[in-house]
Design a protein. Sequence first.
Length: 387
Amino acid sequence: MKVLGMISGTSHDGIDVAVVDFELVGSRLEGRVGHTASTPYPGELRARLAAALPPAPTTLAEVCELDTLIGQTFAEAAAAAIAAGGPVDLVVSHGQTVYHWVEGTHALGTLQIGQPAWIAERTGTPVLSDVRIRDITAGGHGAPLVSVLDGLLLGGLAGGAGALNLGGIANVTVVRDGELYAYDIGPANALIDAVVVGRGLHPRGFDEDGRIAASGHVDARLLEVLLDEPYYRLAPPKSTGKELFHLAYVEQALARAGVTPGDADLVATLTELTVRTVAADVRAAGVGTLVVSGGGCRNPVIMDGLRRALPGVEVGPSDDHGAPSDDKEAIAFALIGWLSAHGLPGTVPGGTGARAGRVLGTLTPGAGPLVLPAPLAESPLSLVLHR
């Protein structure tokens, strides 16, 4: 079964796509990763989206228009992927998260926009969307959903493994001795990007190759204030997002610290915050391997900082395990589509905190009748990815 996975993450910079051809061989699922790509949002659309995200006020009219515009952009990205990689049996669209409602340690709702009917109409292919909410209704956080991929891909590593995704938010999956748990650690690039965009430090809206951070120095007082965030002391399962970690959050921390660092020093401090919070949780997990993906793994300041902070841990990209680091989340949503199509849960309770696994998503038919494969009684025990 050939599945196209699509996602725009918390960095809201564009759409990542991955076409994966899955075949079940005994209890092992094999996935051949074909076409992958990343399509940036048009500048005006990204600006409108950023202006509508919390803590900014917005209107239902703007949400409706963004839902259509993002859906149309996803539809064009899907059509381009199918043109390049050939027809697919199912498209899985995560869409764009605009709000993740968490109170304390409980997730109560989540909203992803990017109307899937535009994708179905443009491609003629059925679309699975709205994949997070079912887990939340079962008491989970609806995140990190990539944990189902991590468990299948890394479960056999000796000494246990941590799978770290460094997107806007840093999330980790810990797999050891047949057990799995996962949660959001805190900001990876969210605060760095907010400052880079807010202060106009780079035209691409992020600290490319960590150059800004490398040119600055960590402000110890500001870092102390940032590390005092109560979220870090919550026990897993837990999830967070830009509802908490945004530009105003940085400005409030600066006011509490009573400091005014220069731009480079501010970015260096926020980068060190990511290193400190991630390293602390990886040490606590006691794993021997840390497999890293997401945009942050291209930042040498973060990666070098993690290697220094974790001398006993093998730190490397997910590419070494068959999942290209830039495409891993899109591959994960393709996997979720395969699982849902076969009537299998797309979550692991330890990964999201739900009472039990749930079949995820809502299906929008394509041009023809909606035909699903025969359901499977048991989930695969492992996953091998090939290029």
